[in-house]
Design a protein around this ligand. Structure first.
Ligand code: ADP
Length: 489
């Protein structure tokens, strides 16, 4: 399988043949990718060289050895093919070998290019030929792909090749071929000043380029290493966090199971005690003094408070585990709301509070836990009644919204301040004004509501102002939106 060119110009390696090991640095991966990129680029370079040779031959007067130039240029695709075959072979051999071979391959490629370029320069005019500056391109590539030492070694090879051509032609060891420039201004190649000047310019260009490019590359690699180290650390912390979360979830589960067990164990004896006290209070066990009766009545009141805490604890434990005793089914919220309001009507009437219903015409059915949704409505509307001033009004709205149902419970009761708003969904939290208003409450109702909403993949928001009233807005997904899924319990 061949590596593909990505849209951004970078190369993607074949997923099947090459899989970088986890400890591979980004620069190593970059090097491996760029080797294939260099091979691809070289085909284009070959085409460019041939076009340049043919164009020069057609457009200018000169006596260059055209055949030898073309033969030399043919060496480029020849060694490129060998490099490609070798790269494929190494690639098939596995990632470890590829990693080891990659820097050797990059060095060999650049060396081959330098020799080919040097030969072409010599065959086309030596120092007369402005293409000598093309050595600099290879220095940039070497600086970014190889180590600093290897990049300077490549610069030295390039410089040595250029100096050999320049001095070889100057001293007559190498034949000089007259390029179009040489034809017009002959004698440059044995002009000492020109030879010295061009070698100086090329030499400094090569070394300065390598110095600048390797400095930038080293700096980038250092940053890269820092980023890699940082990302490893983040991953480690994320793993630790995950472990902590799992532990916390296990503890939470154990706590919930324990609470449920204790509450369950307490409920029956307390209910039995209540029954016995009722017999005493109602003189079923013989007549008792009024003072004693009053004490028994008080004891029963406290017992009822305890029983409602136990009831809420059981409901909360069930809600957090996603099951309020019921099966998940398609729930008709309109019918459920009417039932809940009927149940609460008496306690509302006792305090002169009216419950007004505003129900939209079209309502989607909700897929969920019927008992859970009933508990939710009972808690919200019950609270609205409980925390309303006498003769107040509670409005309950039910309407279709965003592929689900929205339930709004609005009252004009005691309300709450900002701090209370942030805490009311916490277990056992009761606001100061609520405690003053009524001792009746466990601080668990809204935690139950929140758990039920979460289980149904819904949302709950609260708007409230102290002394002015509250509005609870619950949204539950309809059956169509299929967002709510019965949790695995
Ligand atoms: P409680 O049993 O105390 O009502 P909840 O969990 O139902 O427990 O509510 C927690 C607290 O949130 C209440 O004690 C009260 O301070 C506040 N609260 C809840 N509903 C209302 C409301 N409709 N108006 C004002 N305060 C409310």
């Amino acid at each position: 399988m061949e590596p593909r060119s990505a849209e951004d110009g970078s190369l993607e390696l074949p997923a099947t043949s090459y899989k970088p090991s986890d400890d591979l640095s980004l620069s190593q991966m970059e090097l491996i990718e760029r080797i294939r990129w260099l091979i691809n680029l070289r085909w284009l370079a070959f085409v460019g060289v041939v076009i340049t040779i043919l164009a020069t031959r057609a457009l200018f007067v000169s006596s260059l050895p055209w055949d030898r130039l073309l033969v030399t240029s043919l060496a480029i695709p020849a060694y490129n093919l060998v490099l490609l075959l070798h790269w494929r072979h190494v690639n098939r051999a596995g990632s470890r070998q590829l990693e080891r071979a990659s820097s050797r391959l990059a060095n060999i490629q650049i060396l081959c290019d330098l020799v080919a370029l040097g030969t072409l320069i010599h065959l086309s005019g030596g120092i007369e030929n402005p293409f000598g500056f093309y050595f600099v391109f290879h220095m940039v590539i070497a600086s970014f792909l190889l180590s600093v030492r290897a990049a300077f070694a490549q610069a030295t090879v390039a410089f040595a090749i250029f100096v050999s051509v320049a001095l070889g032609e100057y001293y007559g060891v190498l034949v000089h071929y007259y390029s179009p420039v040489g034809v017009r201004t002959p004698g440059l190649h044995f002009n000492g000043l020109a030879v010295l000047g061009s070698t100086w310019v090329i030499g400094t260009s090569l070394y300065v380029t390598v110095y600048l490019a390797t400095s930038i590359a080293t700096c980038l690699r250092r940053r890269e290493d820092q980023v890699t180290a940082l990302s490893h650390e983040i991953k480690r912390h994320a793993d630790d966090l995950q472990v902590a979360c799992d532990k916390l979830a296990a503890i939470e589960k154990a706590k919930s199971a324990y609470t449920r067990k204790v509450a369950h164990e307490l409920r029956s004896p307390l209910a039995a005690i209540d029954g016995l006290l009722r017999c005493v209070a109602e003189d079923l066990k013989g007549e008792i003094a009024d003072e004693a009766r009053e004490t028994v009545v008080q004891a029963r009141r406290r017992l009822h408070e305890l029983l409602s805490v136990i009831r809420d604890l059981l409901a909360l434990a069930a809600a957090t585990q996603g099951k309020l005793l019921g099966e998940w089914e398609s729930v008709d919220i309109r019918a459920l709301l009417n039932e809940v309001v009927t149940q609460l009507a008496d306690s509302a009437k006792e305090r002169g509070i009216t419950i007004k219903l505003e129900i939209g015409r079209e309502l989607p059915e909700v897929h969920g836990d019927r008992k859970g949704i009933e508990e939710l409505l009972t808690n919200l509307i019950g609270n609205a009644v409980k925390y309303s001033y006498a003769n107040g009004e509670v409005v309950v709205r039910l309407y279709w919204r965003r592929k689900g149902v929205q339930i709004e419970v609005v009252d004009s009761g005691i309300g709450m301040d900002e701090v209370d708003k942030e805490n009311v969904f916490e277990e056992f939290y009761r606001a100061g004004n609520a405690r003053e208003f009524t001792p009746d409450g466990t601080g668990l109702g809204l935690s139950i509501v929140k758990s039920i909403v979460d289980t149904h993949a819904g949302s709950i928001t609260l708007e409230s102002k102290k002394g002015q009233g509250s509005r609870f807005i619950v949204w539950l997904p309809g059956i169509e939106s299929r967002q709510a899924k019965r949790p695995d319990v």
